[in-house]
Design a protein around this ligand. Structure first.
Ligand code: FAD
Length: 237
């Protein structure tokens, strides 16, 4: 049986797991990171196969955390993708009401978008047809979000993984975690996997790191850190 050690073990190599790894590296918290995924490649699930839309922030209630994260995150992700020369389609988005009684929803989305700092414009029928001749709006008008862009999600996942690897983080390993249950907090616990690889994790910093997740991997039990300390706040992974 081989054995490994990492400061942070991330279960799941989708966009969330990759972003956590990227942030840990960018903030120089640790380079000792292992990502495990039950698939042999990244992005086999929703992160690599979604529509790739970087939403501009029209849908969420102003001042909500979702709105703040969506608007700031879309700007940062767009910049990140552009810097690395990954494919990006700055096509914008048009929202049309399929039924006339839904026209009022355009006002709501426009209001939310403006409050969230997104650019939105109303299009009259002629402008809509000039932009998209096939589009049909039941009320005749549409909402235009010029800053909505589309990225290639699987290229993004691979790009993020490359960026993490080039900063020295551990590689993706194919391993399935299962049978989660909560255990009391401790700073270091061994993690053993049924594929004859043992991974141990250590708490970062001296502060309490919250609860640990215990996993049954095959016939053995494994534990990993479920919280990391980022700056002055402790954030759940
Ligand atoms: C059809 C569709 C279209 C979408 N379009 C958009 C869009 O345009 N824009 C947008 O922002 N969002 C979109 N989304 C949402 C977006 O794809 C998800 O919010 C995002 O991918 C979630 O990422 P994740 O990392 O949490 O999950 P995932 O991508 O599902 O990653 C989880 C990973 O964990 C692994 N895993 C699971 N269980 C285990 C286990 N027991 N052990 C080890 N590994 C395990 C899986 O193999 C997987 O790789 C869309 C979603 C769908 C379904």
């Amino acid at each position: 049986m081989s054995s490994q050690h990492c400061d942070v073990l991330i279960i799941g190599g989708g966009i969330v797991g990759l972003c956590i790894a990227h942030q840990l590296l960018e903030r120089q918290i640790t380079r000792s990171i292992t990502i495990i995924d039950k698939e042999p490649e990244l992005g086999r699930h929703s992160s690599g196969r979604n529509s790739g839309v970087l939403h501009a922030g029209l849908y969420y209630k102003p001042e909500s955390l979702k709105a703040q994260v969506c608007v700031a995150g879309a700007r940062r992700l767009r910049g990140w993708v552009e810097e690395r020369g990954l494919p990006i389609n700055p096509c914008g988005k048009v929202i049309v009401p399929p039924r006339a009684e839904l026209d009022g929803q355009l006002e709501l989305l426009a209001e939310r978008g403006r409050a969230n700092g997104a650019t939105v414009e109303f299009l009259e029928e002629q402008q809509l047809h000039k932009l998209i001749p096939e589009a049909l709006s039941a009320s005749g008008r549409a909402l235009w979000s010029p800053n909505t862009v589309v990225v290639n999600p699987s290229r993004w996942c691979n790009g993020c993984n490359r960026s993490c690897s080039s900063r020295g983080s551990g590689s993706l390993q194919q391993l399935q975690a299962g049978g989660f249950s909560r255990k009391s907090a401790a700073s270091a616990l061994p993690m053993t996997a049924s594929s004859h690889t043992a991974i141990s994790t250590t708490a970062l910093g001296s502060r309490p790191t919250g609860w640990l997740i215990s996993m049954e991997l095959g016939s053995t039990t494994a534990c990993c850190l479920s919280r990391v300390c980022i700056g002055n706040s402790s954030q759940a992974v």
